[in-house]
Write a protein of this length. Structure first.
Length: 367
């Protein structure tokens, strides 16, 4: 039987492991490789470790010039790749109509299945997005979104498949022994309050406010520690700010790490004061791990399927600190199995979602 050949693109690129690349990797690693041939574009700079993960999962990486550095070179290479490989489907992930460029090329090259996957509720290039929307709506054949709000943002009133950002419940489920072991490795006692944040250091993730929250928390618990996990353009600026606020001995910057799931075992409360999000993967991971979290109320409530998520308005750091203290009292051990079942019932199990996505492509490519 002839394999279905899919070319996937993350508009965020493969320079680092983030939300879109994680979703793509987790789904594609579970695809039946006897039925699918999967390619992913790496345009411009890429993470060698991330590329290795894709290749280890049986996914071929196709390197192209940077889209941002030279659109003309990127387009030329993209056209050449599409003509040479003769893909059955284009599967592009992003949050704006700027994806029209790839969709148009795919259409011109005879690709009949052109799938867009929406991951956010806003975009960076709003003028270009608005200009291209009329063309965009005519270029894709199928639409997917990680959440209702992300779908409404990109597709308006048009129909789309809701496919939630699933996670591996076995990887993230809470384990008491793992908690104690990880805390020992970190040099932390059983009773110390550990607050965590996972995300790229950029304006959207709002780490500046995270530091303000933590400074207020120290007034209530001077033994607390803050773990900031991730990397990004504002990392050095955030480190400098922490030092200016006198927090350098209380805030731990881990950088980009591959064992976030282990670190979550050691944490007590997670915070996400983002200025905007689509449907944040981290919120799902935290709930699987029976880990309470405090999240800004601009984030869609679709990410909350249990009582372990508390939404707060941005602005009052002291109120966030109070909520952290309140949420830290949760008995994670008692909730562990319940959280796994709730995750599956809510549709956030990656194994179930990967099966649905495969069926989707089989159906669409047979039309």
């Amino acid at each position: 039987m002839r394999k279905i050949k899919i070319l996937a693109i993350s508009t965020s690129g493969l320079a680092r492991k983030e939300g879109i690349s994680t979703v793509l990797l987790d789904n594609f690693s579970r695809f039946d490789k006897s039925a699918f041939e999967l390619h992913v574009i790496a345009a411009g700079a890429y993470s060698y470790e991330l590329v290795q993960e894709f290749e280890g999962a049986g996914v071929a990486i196709k390197c192209l010039p940077s889209r941002k550095a030279s659109l003309s070179l990127y387009v030329k290479a993209f056209i050449s790749l599409f003509k040479r490989e003769k893909y059955d489907a284009l599967y592009i992930h992003g949050s704006s109509a700027i994806m029209s460029i790839e969709l148009l090329i795919a259409k011109m090259c005879g690709c009949k299945t052109r799938v867009v996957h929406s991951h956010n509720t806003t975009c960076d290039h709003k003028k270009a997005d608005k200009l291209l929307r009329p063309f965009f709506y005519k270029l894709y054949t199928d639409a997917i979104a990680c959440g209702e709000e992300a779908g409404k943002w990109l597709y308006g009133g048009r129909s789309f498949l809701l496919l939630k950002n699933g996670r591996d419940v076995n990887k993230y489920r809470y384990n008491e022994e793992a908690r104690l072991s990880t805390r020992t490795d970190l040099g932390m006692g059983v009773d110390e309050l550990l607050v965590g944040h996972v995300g790229n250091f950029n304006k959207q993730k709002n780490q500046k406010f995270t530091l303000a929250i933590f400074k207020e928390l120290l007034k209530k618990n001077d033994a607390a520690k803050l773990y900031l996990m991730g990397a990004g353009t504002l990392l050095d600026e955030t480190k400098n700010l922490a030092a200016e606020m006198g927090l350098q001995d209380k805030v731990i910057f881990t950088g980009s790490i591959g064992n976030v799931h282990e670190m979550l075992q050691a944490m007590d409360v997670m915070i996400l004061p983002s200025l905007h999000e689509g449907l944040p993967l981290v919120a799902i991971e935290w709930q699987i791990a029976a880990l309470p979290s405090v999240i800004s109320d601009v984030v869609t409530s679709e990410c909350a399927y249990s009582d372990l998520v508390s939404f707060m308005p941005l602005g009052d750091a002291g109120a966030w600190a109070d909520k952290i203290v309140e949420m830290a009292a949760v008995d994670r051990k008692q909730l562990a199995e319940k959280q796994v079942e709730l995750t599956k019932e809510a549709g956030f199990d990656i194994n179930q979602n990967a099966v649905e996505l495969q069926r989707f492509f089989v159906d669409r490519c047979k039309r």
